[in-house]
Design a protein around this ligand. Sequence first.
Ligand SMILES: CC(C)(COP(=O)(O)OP(=O)(O)OC[C@H]1O[C@@H](n2cnc3c(N)ncnc32)[C@H](O)[C@@H]1OP(=O)(O)O)[C@@H](O)C(=O)NCCC(=O)NCCS
Length: 255
Amino acid sequence: MFNRIREDIANIRIKDPAARSGLEVALCYPGLHALVLHRWAHLAWGAGLTTLARWISQVSRWLTGIEIHPGARVGRRVFIDHGMGVVIGETAEIGDDCTIYQGVTLGGVSLDRGKRHPTLEKGVIVGAGAKVLGPFSVGAGAKIGSNAVVTKPVPAGATAVGNPARIIHPGVELQREQAANRMGFSAYGVSSDTDDPLTRALHGLIDQAIAQQRRIEQLEAALRQAGMGDAVGAANVQAAADQTALQQLNRLVDD
Ligand SMILES: CC(C)(COP(=O)(O)OP(=O)(O)OC[C@H]1O[C@@H](n2cnc3c(N)ncnc32)[C@H](O)[C@@H]1OP(=O)(O)O)[C@@H](O)C(=O)NCCC(=O)NCCS
């Protein structure tokens, strides 16, 4: 037990730049107190002493503002920072090295008795006020933005933000912007709001253009390999000429 507490204190000192000493962490970090009490509650829960387990959990809640159901499984070096308002449900599982900030709920959305709370895999960070609701997994190393409401699985390493949480794909956004630039407009004008049908249609068109561009590049490479580089060059010259003619036509229309 003392080894685990020592490990937790060392972990908090690494993860919280505000922590000045081991003594300060031992005395002033409710997340640490809640985890120590949870270990006792979980032990009692496992031994079938369910009321005692719930009572320990309740005392912990009075003292720390953090409510962890005694049935929840919590890994090693988990850091609950500040902690006030955290609620962790009965069938929630928290992997090693996760960080959870104040106001987080790992909750359920059904009244079924089975698995109904989320599983956080190793190294997940859940931002302040985020709600993760349902019996799905948040993949290893994923980040949940503060105040996000997550109702679907999050892939490992991904970042999920907003309500309902959307996964940020930095690579895809860059490709879309480049394709949109080629098509002559800015994708920044298209919000990432996937609920808007017009936005979804525009993203679909941009993605289609990216896929076509990739296919043309593959065909060109294949033609060059087959010794038809001249034909590819001629086609590109023709395309550039068409583009110039198009621009002239556009100017005429604008004028
Ligand atoms: C989600 C988080 C981990 C993202 O960090 P990141 O990977 O560095 O991402 P970025 O800051 O580059 O932001 C990427 C995009 O997500 C948006 N975003 C970031 N956090 C967001 C949030 N919580 N809610 C909504 N959108 C958010 C950004 O505006 C940006 O959008 P854009 O691409 O349209 O400009 C971070 O913002 C966060 O919320 N961390 C939790 C911190 C916390 O709770 N601290 C409490 C201390 S007491």
